[in-house]
Ligand binder design. Sequence first.
Ligand code: GTP
Ligand code: MG
Length: 660
Amino acid sequence: MTNENSFDSIHAYGKWKSNLVQAIEEFQGWLDSTELEESEQSLKIYETLQTLKHDRITLAFVGEFSRGKTELINAIFFSQFKRRLLPSEAGRTTMCPTELFYDIDEPKPYMRLLPIESRTEDASITEQKQDSVNWTHIQLDISSPENMASSFAQITNTKKVKASEAKRLGLYDVITDNNGTELADSQIVEIPMWRHALINFPHPFLEQGLAILDTPGLNSLGNEPELTINMLPNAQAAIFVLAADTGVTRSDMDIWRRHLKSFRRNHHNGLVIALNKIDTLWDDLKTDSEIKSSIQRQCAETAHTLSIDAKRVFAVSAQKGLIGRVRDNAKLIKASNLNAMENVLSNEILPQKEQLVRNTLITDINEMMQESKSILLGQFNSKKKSIQDFSGVGGKNENIIQVLLEKTRKEQAIYHNNAENLQSSRQILSGQHNRLKRIINLDQLDKQVSDARKLMQGSWTTTGMKKSMKSLFDNISSTMNEAAKQTELTNRLVKSIFNRFQNENEDTDIKPKLFSIASYKQEIDTLYQDAEEYRTSVYSTMTEQSFVIKKFFISLVSRARNIYYQLNKDADDWGKRALTPLIRQVKGHKKELHLRLDQLKKAGQSRDSISERITSLKIEAKGLQKHIFDVNKMLTTINTPMPAIVHKKKMPDNVTAIRG
Ligand SMILES: Nc1nc2c(ncn2[C@@H]2O[C@H](COP(=O)(O)OP(=O)(O)OP(=O)(O)O)[C@@H](O)[C@H]2O)c(=O)[nH]1
Ligand SMILES: [Mg+2]
């Protein structure tokens, strides 16, 4: 493979992730062997492992038709097949959004196609993905690139239907011919055969968790709101593809304004501009430096038009890159400049993704490991204390045992007191937490949603309908603000409970895990902006009202519900676990003290049992030490960042002039 180096970091990311999975699986077994395991913890670990294993990094290719999006995908990812794998031709080619990924639950390569007629159904594409019966399933023969290419050709299929059918499917509101005359309902138009394509493919990058989203040009984004509202915003990175032979046209600008500006707002570094087809500027009658400056000029103009940093614009040739890689022609590969763009993508997206995984998944596991470790450390210290006490008793008189008994009983009384305090704190916390749960209650949200739907359906004007859309999202946002305030109060209470515990038990050092609502609030804020964009879009004004309402609920409202659902679930989990570290600590101590007391009593009766006891305490302490050593190792693994990829080669410019 000639393009191996550019995406080295995908392998590094895959390796990092599989180390995490391994350490977390080890932790699962470890918890079992230490008898510290609790059902809530096991569930959380199971969920984390599932999320990690299924986690994907999505890279979306967006742009007007025929700019070379699919050709870029062929060149970047599939050149090792020594042919053009995905259909890329002049004119409109890709007719439906196409996702390429690796399905770890179903490793047999397949392509699934969702019929265009599903647009009239209530289920979103995300929901449709859960139910494979609605999709046309095609097994892929990966032993033959020719067979694969012919299967992939189906993505370009169209069919002829009456204009009335195209309207029913919400593909058009008004259909006109080239002269702008409206077509009669009975006239025939061409529409895509499929609504969405899924390709499961064991490509090394896809196996590491990369997913590619190829989108068709020509307003397909506007036609499938779910693409704009769900799939694109959820991608980690996007490549906006322009072509040097056309320059930035009005329809390119339209796509940029409507779909990519908001993407850039939420993804900072995740957006790259590919100024493709630079080979069309290669001119045998010009010198290399003349060509280079003309490419540079076009890049600068593009950056200026889009108001974007010129460093984000990469002048590339997908076609020459593909040919170069297929034929192992190093000069052509260099001239295509694909490496430069690939390096930026792989160097910027993956570290961001790593950070995200770290913040969302690893934090919880890290806390669980730290908490279990601190319990074992407590047990270890207590064993050490007992060993010291017993060793001190040796051949001395009864009094010492009495003193130790007295001391242990006192400690026991303190812990008894702690347990009672904790019980009453638990009740107060539960009151506060219930208040939070009442605010984010899903039934309440469902009622708001159903009221809004009735209002919208009953509304006579587009303005009335849009007003109801806004007021629903205003309500959702203000509920989130209220929830944020209540969370703050609950967190304050948890902190004070932990502080008090710390003051009463000097040798413990457990930090509280606070609940943060920030990420849900951020998601709702983004959704609010997306809803505003949808509400004010040309699509929602131009398309038939019932279709606009349907899409609004399927795409945007269901997303809000998902965020609320997740928030409820996470708040519940947290509520159950907030005081668990303290409760476990108290329980552990209680058990330990009970044991010590028992042994002291026995020691008072027989001298022999003392040395036996010291021996078994030493064995137990050693066992604990081993457990602590193991969990430390797991902690190191999960906290080790993904190694930075050092590129051996000099990073190429984002402009190249050498011709192939
Ligand atoms: N000269 C030249 N032609 C290219 C380049 N990249 C793509 N093309 C050609 O441009 C045409 C369109 O390419 P596609 O990859 O199908 O474009 P697309 O953006 O995927 O188009 P849709 O699928 O219709 O949205 C094809 O004939 C490609 O061979 C390039 O770098 N240079
Ligand atoms: Mg295409």
